[in-house]
Ligand binder design. Structure first.
Ligand SMILES: Cc1cc2nc3c(=O)[nH]c(=O)nc-3n(C[C@H](O)[C@H](O)[C@H](O)COP(=O)(O)OP(=O)(O)OC[C@H]3O[C@@H](n4cnc5c(N)ncnc54)[C@H](O)[C@@H]3O)c2cc1C
Length: 257
């Protein structure tokens, strides 16, 4: 979905185009940040149909002529995931590979509703990991002749992490129940993504702090948890975008522009 020039505003501003030609579609444009697209055999590309201006979905064989993907180097977060810059230069895709249920951005939102849910759970996982690592370290690490876990200010930070994690988990469990019942709304996913990732950012910062200097050394697990949180905070709609989706739902007023 994301493009070099279209991130938060990609809904109304998809620049990649799809032109119908007989039984085929001709795709042109560029995508950015696409997860694992460097080695995948297939990618889903969203492109604006030049005829009706709607964003449609296509399953694209990455061996097709005109398709190229380049790995984004030097990421500081989620380093095991390869993200790609994709270029589509007159890529010919058979209409058989136009995803028949993906015919507008409203359809794309159905995907985002569910992927945002999964990111909320990632935020829960990050916080539980931060709690485990920080608590273990605090019990073992000695300063002033005592474990740092014996200091009230350190305990306060551990409790903050656990409280954040539990409130995030509680929200995600409730949302999962609503999703199961078929009543979950887009804005509930958006609010959960915004809320849980904000709590996650507080939690991993506290966890990083509890490890002191070792918290910024990659040999200790906390630095990875801390860095990965930054990507999770941004993808599937930034904090601001998901807040604005929720704000529009509760006021009836769009504040995107
Ligand atoms: C590790 C990683 C993996 C990703 N994987 C994928 C993937 O597989 N597929 C995919 O399609 N995308 C993927 N993305 C892209 C991701 O969804 C975008 O990075 C995200 O939507 C933000 O877009 P942007 O980076 O272009 O930032 P921008 O949209 O340029 O935003 C920059 C800043 O401006 C703020 N901002 C923008 N507009 C407003 C406004 N109206 N009001 C207030 N603030 C605003 C944003 O909130 C943000 O803080 C991935 C990103 C990362 C980092």
């Amino acid at each position: 979905l994301t493009e070099p020039l279209g991130g938060s505003d990609v809904a109304g501003g998809t620049r990649t185009t799809a032109r119908r030609e007989g039984g085929n579609w001709i795709l042109n444009g560029a995508k950015r940040w696409i997860g694992n697209a460097t080695f995948s055999d297939w990618v889903v590309i969203y492109a604006r149909d030049l005829e009706d201006n709607q964003v449609k979905g296509f399953l694209v064989d990455t061996s097709l002529s005109g398709y190229s993907a380049t790995k984004i180097e030097n990421k500081i977060a989620l380093r095991t995931v390869e993200n790609a810059d994709i270029v589509l230069d007159n890529v010919v895709v058979s209409d058989d590979f136009h995803l028949k249920g993906a015919n507008s951005f409203r359809d794309t939102n159905k995907v985002l509703k569910v992927t945002r849910l999964s990111v909320g759970w990632q935020a829960v996982g990050q916080q539980l990991a931060a709690f485990d690592v920080a608590r273990r370290y605090a019990v073992e690490r000695q300063q002033f002749g005592r474990p740092i876990a014996s200091f009230q200010l350190v305990q306060q930070q551990l409790v903050q992490i656990l409280g954040n994690a539990m409130s995030s988990m509680g929200m995600m469990v409730r949302l999962a129940q609503l999703e199961d019942a078929g009543t979950a709304k887009d804005e509930q996913s958006a609010m959960a993504k915004a809320f849980t990732t904000a709590r996650m950012r507080e939690s991993v910062a506290a966890g990083r702090n509890i490890l002191g200097g070792n918290g910024i050394v990659a040999d200790y697990e906390m630095a990875k948890i801390f860095s990965d949180a930054e990507a999770i905070y941004t993808y599937e709609g930034t904090q601001e975008m998901n807040t604005l989706v929720t704000g529009r739902a509760i006021t009836g007023i769009s504040a995107f522009v």
